[in-house]
Write a protein that binds this ligand. Structure first.
Ligand code: NDP
Length: 268
């Protein structure tokens, strides 16, 4: 029985056991996916002895993505971001990558494939999710503009990915000419106010995507649909980064199906 799981603090609200459990059953694999709450003070010791925990693979979430990257051999993306959310055990030891960017672009490929021709993307936010999304968009050849409430973080992210930062109050004006708008802030999540943005200046063919998936239909996505724009929710990113993890651990790429989506949506 292979043991994989999610290390973070806290982890109890994660949908990952449901998602991986669905695929483990569908593929008849002898494995289990455990939630592993690791308090910050125990992180260094935990990542130093993953074999001792009997693990074959691991997802890592807040606040341990940086500590994990320091503890394993990271690939090019993990090194670029200094962060990892996906670890796997190979013959020569533990390796890590950051699969959020890949999950993000695969979700767009599935639901709005013309995003690759969007030209310029505007990423709103500069936290962990924004960094992964902006890095993936820049790597795909899009021009990336970054805006964040705290301007210094937007500027740092823009520098990191070779993009451009705009001030928070200049976002409405920056919407002209944007082919892909990404909300990577926590605004729009249940219990938070919406991202206060009038989408009128966006070009007619623009795509709007929200990394928030709880609720699935954020006020931003509802406004995009009302304007007739393509709208992509954040659940696809969650499912596609999970499929990458599953493939690394078990050697088979599991399908992201409407049935699985419905299972997860039922828990939101
Ligand atoms: P972080 O805490 O790292 O970043 C939060 C971001 O939101 C920062 O840019 C922050 O700005 C901004 N923000 C928070 N409150 C406000 C506010 N009141 N006004 C303006 N901006 C605000 O979070 P993550 O990057 O990890 O996550 C961001 C979102 O992405 C979350 O909703 C998370 O659920 C979602 N997510 C989705 C994933 C998926 O698979 N779909 C994967 C990972 C995350 P500032 O820097 O100024 O504080």
């Amino acid at each position: 029985m292979k043991r994989v799981g999610l290390a973070g603090w806290p982890v109890k609200h994660s949908r990952s056991p449901l998602i991986h459990g669905h695929w483990i059953e569908a593929h008849g694999i002898a494995a289990r996916y455990d939630l592993l709450p690791v308090p910050p003070e125990d992180a260094a010791a935990f990542f130093a002895d993953l074999d001792g925990a009997g693990l074959a693979g691991l997802n890592v979430t807040v606040p341990h993505k940086l500590a994990a990257a320091r503890a394993v051999r990271v690939d090019e993306i993990g090194a670029r971001l200094g962060s990892t959310n996906l670890l796997w055990r190979a013959a020569d030891g533990w390796h890590g990558t950051s699969s959020d960017g890949l999950g993000f672009t695969r979700s767009l490929d599935a639901d709005a494939p013309r995003w690759r021709d969007a030209g310029t993307a505007l990423v709103v936010g500069a936290g962990g999710a924004a960094i992964a999304a902006a890095d993936a968009l820049a790597a795909a050849g899009l021009a990336v503009v970054v805006a964040n409430r705290s301007a210094d973080r937007a500027e740092a992210l823009a520098r990191q990915i070779g993009g451009r930062a705009v001030a928070w109050d200049e976002v409405p004006a920056a919407l002209h000419g944007i082919g892909l708008l990404v909300n990577a802030t926590t605004l729009g999540m249940d219990g938070n106010p919406a991202l206060p943005l009038d989408l009128a200046p966006l070009p007619a063919g623009a795509i709007v995507t929200d990394l928030v998936y709880n609720p699935l239909e954020t006020p931003l996505l509802a406004a995009a649909r009302a304007r007739g724009l393509a709208a992509v929710d954040g659940l696809g990113m969650l499912l596609h980064q999970a499929s990458e993890a599953f493939e690394r651990w078990f050697g088979v790429r599991p399908a992201v199906t409407p049935e699985l989506r419905a299972k997860v949506v039922a828990t939101l």
